[in-house]
Design a protein around this ligand. Structure first.
Ligand SMILES: [Zn+2]
Length: 330
C-alpha cells in the first residue's frame, strides 16, 4: 500500500501538522475549491518532472478525498510554463496519476467527502509581476497556455510594490495582460501587494485604476491572496470583483483580514491556498497543498457565523457557487 494511504487509514485523517502529528478537521459543508495553487512547486527544490508529478498527484488525490475537489493550477509563462507543451503534458499526466492514486485510496477503504463530484484540475496562466521585464519574450508561451482547453483564467498578473521590480515595467506588463484577457474574454487572477508599511495601499489603488480603465471587470476578477483589512477592499467590491482568502486568514495576528472576510459580500467570497506557501492554522509551518483549503474554508465559515450570524453552510455554499460562476466557462 502507498505510504500516504496507509498513514491516512491509520491516523483516520488526511491532515498532518508541521511536526507530522495527525490533525482532525471539520468536514466541508459544500465542495471546496482551491482557486490558486502552484502544483509544479509541491515537490522538493530541484525535483525532476517525475517527482513533481508524483507529489502533485498525491496532493490532488488527498484534496479530492478531503472535499477540495477542484484546483486552479497557476502557471507562469516566463517560469514553469516557458515550455507550454511540456507543462500541459505534465499537468495531464499528473491528473491521470491523481486518478490512479484515488482508485488506490478507495480500494484501501478511504472515504471521500463528495463521492459524486469529479476531480477537476484547471489552469490559469500569466506572467507574475516579479517577471514583468520578460513579458515580451513570454508572450508566445502565454498565448499557447491560454489556448489550452484546461485554461479558465489569465494570471497571476498585477502589481507588486514590495518587490524590487521597476514599477513602470510592472504597470506595462499588467496592462498588456489585461488587454490580452479582454481579447480572449478570460477572467483574471490578480496578484496585488503593497510596499511594506504602505498605509496608502498604493499598489492596490493603482491596480484598481488600471483594471477600471482596461474595462475587464465584467469578465470576472479574483483578487488573489487578500491579506489586508476591509478598507482597501471597497473599490474592488464596487467593481464586482471576487476576493480569495488563503492561509493568512487563519493566522493569530490576522484580525484585519478576518474583519475583511466578514465585511465581504457573500457573492465575492473565494478560497485558495497559494500552495506551497502559507499553510493555514492548525497546519502552519508545513508546506501547503490544495487539501489545506479546507482549514481556511472552515475558518471563513466560523468568522462569518460569529460576526454575521450566518449559517456555516452558507460560506461554504457561497465560495463554491462563486468559483463556478467565475471559472466554469462551459
Ligand atoms: Zn501564487
Amino acid at each position: 500500500m502507498k505510504p500516504w494511504i496507509e498513514e491516512a487509514l491509520e491516523a483516520r485523517t488526511l491532515f498532518f501538522d508541521a511536526k507530522h502529528r495527525p490533525v482532525a478537521l471539520p468536514a466541508p459543508l459544500a465542495p471546496v475549491v482551491d482557486t490558486h495553487g502552484h502544483l509544479s512547486m509541491l515537490a522538493h527544490e530541484g525535483a525532476s518532472w517525475a517527482e513533481m508529478r508524483e507529489a502533485a498527484a498525491i496532493a490532488l488525490a488527498r484534496a479530492w478525498l478531503a472535499g477540495v475537489v477542484w484546483t486552479v493550477c497557476i502557471v507562469d509563462a516566463s517560469d514553469d510554463g516557458r515550455d507550454p507543451g511540456a507543462f500541459l503534458e505534465w499537468l495531464s499526466e499528473t491528473e491521470a496519476e491523481a486518478h490512479a492514486e484515488i482508485e488506490a485510496a478507495l480500494a484501501a477503504g478511504l472515504r471521500p467527502a463528495f463521492p459524486d463530484e469529479a476531480l477537476r484540475v484547471s489552469l490559469s496562466a500569466g506572467v507574475h509581476p516579479y517577471h514583468a521585464s520578460g513579458i515580451e519574450d513570454a508572450l508566445p508561451a502565454l498565448r499557447e497556455l491560454l489556448s489550452s482547453p484546461r485554461c479558465v483564467a489569465l494570471g497571476e498578473c498585477g502589481l507588486d510594490y514590495h518587490a524590487d521590480v521597476d514599477r513602470e515595467v510592472q504597470r506595462e506588463a499588467f496592462e498588456l495582460q489585461l488587454a490580452l484577457a479582454r481579447e480572449l474574454g478570460l477572467p483574471l487572477e490578480l496578484h496585488v501587494r503593497d510596499a511594506v508599511g504602505d498605509a496608502s495601499y498604493e499598489a492596490h489603488a493603482e491596480a484598481l485604476e488600471i483594471v477600471r480603465s482596461a474595462d475587464v471587470a465584467a469578465q470576472g476578477i479574483d483578487l488573489h491572496c487578500y491579506t489586508l483589512g476591509p478598507e482597501p477592499l471597497e473599490g474592488w467590491i464596487e467593481l464586482g470583483c471576487k476576493v480569495a482568502f488563503g492561509g493568512a486568514l487563519t493566522f493569530k495576528r490576522s484580525e484585519a483580514i478576518r474583519d475583511a472576510a466578514a465585511a465581504c459580500p457573500a457573492e465575492a467570497l473565494l478560497t485558495e491556498t497559494d500552495c506551497p506557501y502559507m499553510a493555514p492554522e492548525p497546519l502552519r509551518g508545513r508546506p501547503s497543498e490544495p487539501a489545506l483549503t479546507l482549514a481556511t474554508a472552515n475558518l471563513l465559515a466560523d468568522v462569518r457565523a460569529e460576526v454575521l450570524g450566518e449559517a456555516r453552510r452558507d460560506a461554504f455554499g457561497s465560495a463554491w457557487a462563486n468559483a463556478r460562476a467565475l471559472f466554469d466557462r462551459a
